[in-house]
Design a protein around this ligand. Structure first.
Ligand code: ZN
Length: 202
């Protein structure tokens, strides 16, 4: 399986990182080795000078598809979830400034937290509220209504480039409020007030 990530999908997050507003979605991949095993803590990599959390809505693809039209995209997923796209922001900035790929900063082992999945029918996908709490303090508070590209549009867009397969996961981008995480932090993600994951930082 593969993990397809979207960058800069929320206007306010683009502002906080002083990025340019894109005219098309920003897309990058994480390998399956990036998935943090269930119930494992996240170990800050030895080479890292600082890791940022980015809470994101996840979409699990349920069948093979390519060149999917937006109007049919809803047939390609039954479940949505919540996760974290862990990022070494400093390293990412260095790579970005040199015009180099971001993988070392975003696709390393453990960088993809994948929480529980839920039946999409139980949610209003146009108004999905989700949060990240760091040590019980609210640090990110997002809503899918603020996405620049909606889930169905993202599926249509990325499937022009990558054949989607059953089990692939799309990370749909993070809202504002990203920040550093440190040893002994506890990160809890909630989607419509349900706890979707709880991660200890080591
Ligand atoms: Zn992200």
């Amino acid at each position: 399986m593969k993990i397809i990530c979207i960058g800069r999908n929320y206007t306010e997050h683009i502002k906080e990182l002083e990025n340019e507003k894109p005219i098309e979605p920003v897309v990058f991949l994480k390998p399956d080795s990036a998935i943090l095993p269930k119930k494992m803590p996240f170990f800050i990599p030895a080479w890292s000078k600082g890791i940022h959390y980015e809470v994101e809505i996840l979409v699990k693809i349920n069948r093979v598809g390519k060149h999917i039209q937006t109007k049919f995209a809803h047939k390609y997923y039954d479940e949505i979830g919540l996760g974290i796209d862990f990022t070494d922001r400093e390293l990412q900035s260095v790579l970005k400034s040199k015009g180099l790929p971001w993988e070392k900063a975003k696709a390393f082992d453990g960088s993809a937290v994948i929480g529980n999945f839920y039946n999409k029918e139980d949610f209003d996908l146009e108004n999905l509220s989700f949060q990240l709490y760091k040590n019980q303090q609210l640090v990110q508070d997002g809503n899918s209504s603020k996405m620049m590209w909606k889930i169905d549009e993202l599926i249509a867009y990325v499937s022009q480039y990558f054949t989607l397969k059953k089990g692939d996961i799309i990370f749909t981008g993070t809202p504002k409020g990203v920040g550093k995480t440190f040893e002994n932090d506890v990160l809890i993600g909630t989607i419509n007030n349900k706890e979707a994951f709880k991660i200890k930082i080591k």
